[in-house]
Design a protein around this ligand. Structure first.
Ligand code: ATP
Ligand code: MG
Length: 472
């Protein structure tokens, strides 16, 4: 059954359900008709036996009794009558066929009702009988009266047979109707399959036609289209990322090649060779930065979420990052001060979190002009922590802010390139912070400076009451 397609499975289920229902209905009709025949015959027998017993009660002697019974059987030739006297001798007996009651199929009269009804099987078919005691002038008479129910039974049986013999035709018709209905219902699915087969990685701008109905299939088509939208977006992001990466890799490689070619073209002075080697070194450093950043991003993309998660003292981690960058800050004459930083415990990977704050502080130092200042503030936010890094650098234009966390996004490409920027630092920060369940946000005003806020969820274990210290 599982190998069949849905269309045939539905058809067979429909056919089988129809057959089952018809069988139940046929049996139901048969039993109801049989029961009604018995009920009808019983009420006829009640009427007859009441009439006979009235005549028997009023008869003066035995001959009048027999006469009354004879009159009855003349009017009811199909009836079988047997009357016994008080001494159990048969006073009157009339039978269209000889009674050979089969004990197994005969229901004996039950209870102490006035008239007891039962069924007998005779060679001429089934009979329904009634028996009882009637007082008469010659004493108590036992009377038994029966009518044939065979004709009605034959009718019921032939009706039931007709119902059963039509079952194969009904089954065939049910299969036909089932196949037609399921085909109609599944036509939109066929259409969706052929639409989906047309869509490849190169044609993700195509969509599945949504059926006009407002049913589950229309919902399925819409859901698939939403999924294709998301895939399309991811494909586009990946394509752009690859193109940007290729472009950014090509620039330093070209610069390297040019520097080497120029050096080899003619003899140069030692100073000229040194200058060339410096250029080569700069480009090599840039290339190595770029490749390691690409690697970081690719790690974040491939679920670094499931990486290390341990209690991290954020205040201590930031203090170390600030100390590491102090020399660069001093060189530029930039004052880096931590204005507020209570102990803060978050949960995460200390190496990746350190990379976030190193990148952000590096940006603040890199883009803030000499003599500027950078402030670092930290404080609790709900269960977690909020860290803000504020500089009084050139700021970022308003239209750039929404895209500032995109990969390879640089505001001033020439300026950044000189400083060795690849435009991946903030994208890496965002990926790491979000993988930790946090948020990163940037505000800026041209000419005033930039503020980056990082929210991180806190460490949830009881250990948070006693903050661990790196000095411990
Ligand atoms: P790298 O990948 O080496 O960090 P990058 O610094 O150019 O290169 P991002 O850190 O992602 O890349 O920053 C993207 C851009 O945002 C930068 O090129 C710069 O134009 C702008 N930017 C980032 N931080 C600041 C800041 N504090 N002040 C002014 N501009 C900033
Ligand atoms: Mg940067």
């Amino acid at each position: 059954m599982r190998r069949l397609n849905i269309r045939w499975r539905l058809t067979l289920w429909f056919g089988a359900a129809m057959i089952l229902l018809l069988l139940i209905r046929s049996f139901w009709i048969y039993f109801i008709m049989d029961w009604r025949t018995t009920l009808h015959t019983d009420s006829q027998l009640n009427l007859d036996i009441s009439a006979i017993s009235t005549q028997l009660r009023t008869a003066d002697d035995r001959s009048q009794l027999v006469q009354a019974l004879n009159q009855y059987v003349m009017r009811h030739a199909a009836a079988e009558v047997k009357v016994k006297g008080p001494d159990n001798s048969v006073i009157f007996s009339y039978a269209p066929g000889q009674d050979v009651r089969s004990p197994s199929s005969t229901k004996e009269p039950q209870g102490h009702e006035k008239w007891a009804h039962f069924t007998t099987e005779t060679p001429n078919g089934r009979r329904r009988a009634v028996s009882g005691q009637v007082p008469s002038s010659i004493g108590n008479l036992s009377i038994e009266l029966s009518l044939s129910t065979q004709d009605r039974r034959d009718e019921v049986l032939s009706f039931a047979l007709t119902l059963f013999t039509t079952l194969p035709f009904v089954f065939a018709a049910a299969l036909g109707v089932g196949y037609f209905v399921s085909s109609r219902a599944l036509t939109p699915v066929d259409k969706m399959i052929s639409d989906a087969q047309r869509i490849t990685g190169l044609q993700l701008n195509q969509r599945i036609a949504v059926p006009e109905s407002r049913d589950e299939l229309a919902r399925l088509a819409r859901t698939l289209n939403e999924m294709i939208n998301r895939l399309h977006q991811s494909f586009e992001d990946m394509r752009r990322f690859t193109a940007d990466a290729a472009h950014d890799l090509r620039t330093p490689v070209t610069a390297l090649r040019t520097a080497v070619e120029v050096s080899l073209m003619a003899d140069h002075t030692t100073e000229e060779y040194q200058a060339s080697l410096h250029t080569i070194l700069d480009e090599a450093i840039h290339l190595s930065q770029l490749t390691s950043q690409l690697l970081d991003l690719s790690r974040e993309d491939h679920g670094a979420k499931s990486g290390v998660s341990e209690p991290v003292r954020l205040d201590e981690l930031i203090a170390i990052a600030t100390a590491d960058l102090q020399l660069a800050a001093q060189k530029k004459g930039i004052a880096v001060e931590t204005v507020q930083m209570p102990p803060l415990l978050v949960s995460g990977d200390p190496i990746r979190l350190r990379r976030v704050f190193m990148n952000l502080l590096d940006n603040a130092l890199q883009y803030t002009p000499c003599g500027g200042n950078v402030q670092i503030k930290g404080g609790p936010l709900g269960d977690g922590a909020l860290i803000t890094i504020i500089d009084n650098g050139p700021g970022i234009p308003e239209d750039e802010l929404p895209h500032i966390f995109d990969r390879f996004r640089r505001v001033d490409k020439s300026r950044t390139r000189q400083g060795g920027g690849t435009g991946l630092g903030l994208a890496i920060c965002k990926a790491i912070v979000e993988a930790h369940g946090g948020r990163i946000h940037m505000d800026s005003a041209i000419g005033y400076g930039t503020r980056v806020s990082v929210e991180l969820p806190g460490y949830q274990a009881d250990a948070s009451k006693e903050l661990p210290s790196d000095n411990d």
